[in-house]
Design a protein around this ligand. Sequence first.
Ligand code: FES
Length: 98
Amino acid sequence: MAVLRFLPNEFETEIGVGARLIDVTDEHPESGVPFSCRSASCGTCRVRVLEGGEALSPADEDEKDVLEIFDDGPDVRLCCQVSLVADVERLVLEVCEP
Ligand code: FES
């Protein structure tokens, strides 16, 4: 389990191991994460991981290719590609500027 918090909306919920973040944000649009392609192509869903990144699935090559284009730094992930793979107390994600 993890307490998942989204900034700047300050929406918070609990998720379990195996949860895909795109499913969580679909269920809770108040999380404030924008999506477009949903397939690691556009970069619309970039989030900065402020806490709990060690519990997230690792980025595959497609995600890394997109993140390289935006060059936001190593703590940014594509929300459409990430799952929780281990328990962590808190996971804090900040929606990136477009
Ligand atoms: S929605 Fe396009 S990369 Fe995630």
